[in-house]
Design a protein around this ligand. Structure first.
Ligand code: FE
Length: 196
């Protein structure tokens, strides 16, 4: 038996919402499909990975990226909704950045795509602020006690992208090969990038 509180199948919910929005003239029939195709095929963490690999191999680009994330990311053609103001945070052996949106799920769409479900989970959103070291440990990331962890709260004004440390032993890799090592989680700060 279905009650009003019971969550429906997500596909049904999407269909219901899409037809309501179309009925009210807020979107046209193809909008939702176009949106899904875009975020399935052309916008996702592979964009952020290209930004990171370029920053690792081009010191001048890295400087521009840290000075004005939005502009430097735009140089690679990555722009769009939820990417109007992106700040890039560089991890170092001393400082590890991790990103959250305590209020909802603000996330830099043009470089990371849509947020994973754990990012929207109230437990992640509250706990990573209070006990970041423990939360990172649960993600499998054990940081030394000497590493300072800085938690950044995203908002509708500012979205963050973590520039992970380039792993040792990757000196011979091309920019494209380096991009292949960079994961979504490393760019949110709940993981680090490992050498192949
Ligand atoms: Fe948010």
């Amino acid at each position: 038996m279905t009650t009003a509180q019971e969550p429906l199948d997500p596909a049904l919910r999407v269909e219901a919402l899409a037809s309501l929005l179309a009925e009210r003239g807020l979107i046209d029939e193809g909008t939702v499909s176009k949106f899904i195709a875009t975020y399935e095929q052309s916008v996702g963490p592979m964009n952020g990975a290209k930004v990171v690999a370029k920053a690792w191999t081009d010191p001048e680009y890295r400087e521009r990226l840290l000075a004005d994330g939005t502009a430097a990311i735009g140089e690679l053609g990555f722009k769009g909704p939820q990417g109007e103001h992106i700040v890039v945070l560089e991890n170092t052996p001393q400082v590890h950045h991790v990103v959250v949106c305590t209020l909802c799920s603000c996330y830099p769409w043009p470089v990371l795509g849509l947020p994973p479900s754990w990012y929207k989970d109230p437990a992640y959103r509250s706990r990573v602020v209070r006990e970041p070291r423990q939360v990172l440990r649960e993600f499998g990331l054990e940081l030394g006690e000497s590493v300072e962890i800085l938690v950044h709260d995203s908002s509708s004004e500012v979205r963050y992208l973590v520039l992970p440390e380039r792993p040792a032993g990757t000196g011979g890799l091309t920019e494209e090969e380096l991009a292949g090592l960079v994961t979504r989680d490393a760019m949110v700060g709940v993981a680090v990038v490992s050498a192949p």
